[in-house]
Design a protein around this ligand. Structure first.
Ligand code: SF4
Length: 265
């Protein structure tokens, strides 16, 4: 079966260990108000005008975002950078959107990559069925899991879905002893409340296996142009980007609780 992707980022250094190629799969069942990739949410390709200037003239064309690719076509693309992956201890990261929304295609790609000697990582909200997660876990070397908000009502308000299955899936994955990191978006006044930080720490401490790291991802207002281009509502459009230092206090709280913490990406 083919998949729909909307981007391939080569030489990525924030999506897992080493130098990686990150594949962005289209479609996401969430609708986070701070999403950096709003063009990823619709499962099918979308179109948006793109203006180019050439020799003093302005041309506007309708650009397609998202295209169909077969597993073997995508594998061939990924193999172009395999030498850099191998020399740097890197690999391939599947991101999105929510890659689990295209579970069968994702599973096929993870298996193909592993069987060709590539380290595999999956950047996911874990908003999916446990059955699908179990399937892909067999061919996933590292999970990069979003932990957005602990309070279910606030999670529904800001992402559009309940966090119940997400939290259960994280618990079950930790019990499988799979390697995983937790990524927490630092959204001022939303994820940064003392209640949310304390509840996140308590939840992570309760897991059968701790995350390899807790990665704090400060809010960046870099998607403003995308929201305008795709004519989508941008609830955080006026929120300024955060400096790394703004997450220092939260970093200390997680470190005090015994976690290895990074601020980045
Ligand atoms: S889960 Fe990720 S891709 Fe999906 S809406 Fe939220 S931030 Fe965007």
């Amino acid at each position: 079966m083919d998949g729909i992707i909307f981007d391939i980022k080569r030489f990525a250094v924030h999506d897992g260990p080493g130098i990686r190629t990150t594949v962005f799969l289209k479609g996401c069942p969430l609708n986070c108000q701070w999403c950096h990739n709003p063009e990823s949410i619709a499962p099918k390709p979308v179109y948006a005008p793109r203006t180019v200037h050439l020799n003093g003239h302005q041309f506007t064309e309708n650009e397609q975002v998202g295209y169909t690719v077969s597993p073997n076509q995508l594998l061939a693309e990924l193999q172009k950078e395999q030498i850099f992956m191998e020399e740097s201890g890197g690999g391939v990261t599947f991101s999105g959107g929510e890659p689990l929304l295209q579970g069968p295609f994702l599973n096929k790609m993870l298996r193909l990559c592993q069987s060709h000697g590539m380290h595999t990582a999956l950047d996911t909200s874990l908003f999916s069925s446990w059955k699908m997660i179990q399937k892909v876990a067999k061919a996933t070397d590292l999970f990069l899991i979003d932990l957005k908000l602990m309070d279910d009502q606030r999670h529904q308000k800001y992402t559009g879905v309940s966090n119940q299955s997400v939290l259960e899936n994280i618990q079950q994955l930790a019990a499988l002893k799979k390697s995983f990191s937790i990524r927490i978006p630092i959204i001022p006044g939303v994820s940064t409340t003392p209640e949310n930080i304390e509840a996140s720490i308590a939840f992570l401490q309760s897991l059968q296996q701790p995350p390899a790291s807790v990665d704090l991802l400060p809010f960046h207002n870099t998607a403003k142009a995308k929201y305008a281009r795709f004519q989508m509502e941008n609830p955080f459009g006026n929120q300024p980007s955060l400096k790394r230092e703004a997450s220092s206090e939260i970093k200390q709280q997680f470190e005090k609780a015994g976690f290895a913490v990074t601020i980045g990406a």
